[in-house]
Design a protein around this ligand. Structure first.
Ligand code: PLP
Length: 392
């Protein structure tokens, strides 16, 4: 057990001995290629620009601002190729796999968004891609399954004896595959979770969001915002948006978790608000667990927020109180989805609608003229079927 990759007490590499060589290789590649190799950086920047569509706009939401009496900007990650911020990470890790000489990529997916992003990059970079997905999720996320297939990826349905076959089980299955095929295979994790170096690696591929926000808001307003708000599942879009502002204490950072049917019911996935310290998928972080340490079944109407853990750096940022964590219920997210669609003509992903819900609820905490940036992590096409029953 090595102690590298710690955020305070959180993080680390809590994995079977058989995985250590692969993680050490990846750590070497992280420091040697991602941080140092100029050609890698140039190639990735080019892809982010011409393939994915960066920089994404920072849009002044005039109508929402008028309604709330403060200045709201939306960081438009929903306009990125694939419809969400996940492309930033998939392109970065996919290119890294290529540089490491891997011929096969595997990934886990819950809602299918990360599976699709990985399949898309596998096609682009000509790396055979296989996706682990819970049987229940395959049923619920048909469109994303079809998109993955269209890009040539192979889907492995994951069934479990106990539980329902969702993201947590898909990750376990992908880890098992990786142990068996370490030489040829790259495991592309979808958020700032997992053993070191993944939480740092994924954060570094997502931090472009906050770097752009900083440049764009200074150009538009000549000052930094009062707050940046983002939804938190595993925590990658939030950490990507926050990272460049951690050293600017005048900017408050707010992560919004899924309160599902309510924080006082068992049906939520608010890991920081309601979790406790424990180990899940190779790192120490806050997790949702029962008294005897079993992982709880979690829930949110937004499939991408439905994860019983959270990135270890978030647990640390919560502990030192640099980031404040709030929660929005299904009902509040549904209202926010409707409001943003109706007054701005922008249909947000239900995940991102949790961040919008926060500002609808809390705008009165801010002063007139205050600037709040909301990271719109993805677009809501995938959620229209879910939303249909909430319209007359
Ligand atoms: C996957 C996803 C999320 C949640 O993942 P994070 O790692 O917390 O960012 C949020 N929004 C959208 C649109 C997603 O697809």
């Amino acid at each position: 057990m090595k102690s590298s990759g710690k955020f305070g007490k959180y993080g680390g590499m809590f994995v079977p001995e058989a995985l250590m060589p692969a993680l050490e290789d990846l750590e070497k590649a992280y420091f040697g290629i991602v941080k140092k190799n100029r050609k890698f950086k140039e190639e990735l920047n080019q892809l982010l620009k011409d393939y994915a569509g960066r920089p994404t706009p920072l849009y002044f939401a005039k109508n929402l601002s008028k309604k709330l009496g403060i200045k709201i900007y939306l960081k438009r990650e929903d306009l990125l190729h694939g419809g969400a911020h996940k492309a930033n990470n998939a392109l970065g890790q996919g290119l890294l796999a290529k540089y490491m000489g891997k011929t096969r990529m595997i990934a886990e997916t819950g809602a299918g968004q990360h599976g699709f992003a990985t399949a898309m990059v596998g096609a682009l970079l000509n790396i055979g891609t296989e996706i682990y997905m819970g049987v229940e999720d395959i049923e619920r996320q048909k469109m994303n399954v079809l998109k993955m297939k269209a890009c040539g990826a192979k889907i492995h349905p994951v069934e479990v004896r106990r539980g329902v076959g969702t993201l947590k089980d898909a990750i376990n299955e992908a880890l098992r595959d990786w142990i068996t095929n370490i030489k040829t295979t790259y495991y592309l994790i979808g958020s700032v979770v997992g053993p070191h170096p993944y939480p740092s690696l994924v954060r570094d591929f997502q931090k472009v969001i906050g770097q752009e926000i900083k440049k764009q808001i200074l150009a538009k307003e000549g000052r930094l915002p009062q707050a940046i708000v983002a939804c938190v599942g595993g925590g990658s879009n939030a950490l990507g948006a926050f990272y460049s502002f951690i050293q600017n204490p005048e900017v408050s950072l707010v992560g919004v978790e899924a309160a599902g049917k309510g924080l006082n019911t068992p049906k939520h996935s608010a890991t920081i608000s309601r979790g406790s310290d424990g180990i899940l998928h190779g790192s120490l972080s806050k997790i949702l667990q029962t008294k005897d340490g079993q992982i709880k079944e979690v829930y949110s109407i937004a499939a991408g927020l439905d994860y019983p853990g959270v990135g270890p750096q978030h647990s640390f940022l919560a502990e030192i109180k640099r980031v404040a964590y709030a929660a929005a219920t299904d009902r509040e997210a549904i209202e926010a989805f409707k409001t943003l669609s109706e007054i701005e003509g922008i249909i947000p992903a239900l995940e991102s609608a949790h961040a919008v819900a926060y500002i609808l609820k809390e705008a009165k905490k801010y002063k007139k003229g205050d600037i709040v940036v909301i990271n719109l992590s993805g677009r809501g096409d995938k959620d229209l079927e879910t939303m249909e029953r909430f319209y007359e």
